[in-house]
Design a protein. Structure first.
Lengths: 278, 110
């Protein structure tokens, strides 16, 4: 802009009376010659040439004005005013920003702390949850609330009511428990299987076996999950279940299986007397 | 008419070239533009008063711009650039208002 101004003033310097004029905008009527009001229509050579050059000058100035205006508008629009701001403004803006940064840093630290706390809390809770789930699974298997599968054996008891009394079946179940059987179910020839849990009971009723209130018909099949060799040896020891049943004319067959499915679930009864003691 | 066309030509040129404002000129350009606007409105008013003198217009335009820029420069050197440029803008704004009021009286007779 200053170079433009310089050029303009140099040009205006060529005008004979242009330099000494006072800087007022509203022109004093006295010094203005009457022919200057309509510069373009003047045809006399002297003033006409002057008017022409003067109006060209005016055109140049106005073009400069338009140019500068647009440039400045663009500049302001593009610049968010920081580069045209003054030093004190910049200083105050800077100190504002610094104070804000400090505040935000404090915020960040606080939030990071709470994030850490929440994370560790969440981890603890997850661990506790996994532990509880594992224990719930184990207890569910033990209590017969969950179906189970695993290595084990299938035990088939054949014979008449004398050979397969409730006491014999209970003996067999106890032998299996001694051999660390983990899940068991017993089924009759036609009935649904019954899960055997700690509280299961076996009674004779009219020559039939009743397990947990359900009558089963011979032959009985017991599916048991556990180490097959242990189970087998606990059943076949002298004086054990297998010799006893065979003695009375029954028969016991044992199949080791890599996958035994214990699908029956124990349906819990409401307890009348026992309640948890904490 | 020629002046008006030149103004438009300048605007178009500015849009086309889209130059960067040099850092040295950044404080002065807005003031210079306002001063030039003041001169232009004064010229329009003089035209309507039929006392327009092109020579006077040219000189007042240039001197307006230069004086405004000089004042701002001086203010910057003295450490009161912000206040002084505000003052210049206020003065020029008042004059533009006065000129526009006179133009309005001419055009609308009110």
């Amino acid at each position: 802009m200053s170079t433009d101004d310089g050029e303009a003033s140099r040009r205006s310097g060529r005008q004979p009376t242009g330099v000494g004029w006072p800087g007022g905008v509203t022109p004093d009527p006295a010094p203005s010659p009457p022919d200057a009001a309509e510069p373009s229509t003047i045809s006399e050579p002297g003033p006409g040439r002057r008017s022409n050059s003067a109006s060209a000058m005016i055109a140049v100035l106005l073009a400069l004005l338009g140019f500068a205006m647009v440039v400045q508008l663009r500049h302001v629009a593009a610049d968010s005013q920081l580069s045209s701001a003054r030093e004190d403004d910049l200083v105050s803006i800077l100190s504002d920003l610094e104070a804000r940064e400090t505040r935000l840093n404090v915020d960040i630290r606080r939030l990071e702390d709470s994030q850490r706390q929440l994370n560790s809390g969440a981890q603890r809770r997850e661990a506790a949850l996994a532990d509880a789930a594992r224990r719930a699974d184990e207890l569910g298997l033990l209590a017969g609330a969950l179906p189970a599968e695993g290595r084990g054996m299938r035990l088939r008891l054949e014979g008449d009511s004398e050979a397969l009394s409730a006491g014999t079946v209970l003996d067999a179940v106890q032998s299996l428990r001694n051999a660390a059987a983990e899940a068991m179910q017993i089924r009759g020839a036609h009935e649904e299987p019954v899960r055997i849990v700690a509280s299961s009971y076996f009674v004779d009723q009219n020559g039939q076996l009743k397990v947990d209130g359900r009558l089963l018909s011979r032959p009985y099949t017991i599916e048991v999950i556990g180490d097959p060799s242990n189970l087998r040896s606990s059943l076949t020891i002298p004086g054990g279940v297998v010799p006893k049943v065979r003695e009375r004319g029954g028969n016991v067959t044992m199949d080791d299986l890599s996958i035994v499915e214990v699908t029956a679930r124990y349906s819990p009864t409401t307890l009348k007397f026992a309640r948890p003691a904490s | 008419m020629l002046a008006f066309l030149a103004l438009i030509a300048g605007v178009v040129l500015g849009l086309l070239i889209n130059p960067e404002v040099p850092t040295v000129l950044q404080p002065y350009l807005p003031i210079a533009v306002v001063a030039a606007l003041d001169a232009v409105f004064g010229g329009i008013r003089a035209k309507l008063d039929r006392i327009f003198d092109d020579k006077q217009f040219v000189v007042s335009f240039i001197s307006n711009v230069l004086v405004a820029a000089l004042i701002v420069y001086l203010g910057d050197q003295l450490g009161v650039g912000g206040q002084l440029s505000t003052g210049v803008v206020v003065v020029l704004g008042v004059r533009i208002f006065g000129n526009v009021a006179a133009i309005r009286r001419h055009l609308f007779r009110a």
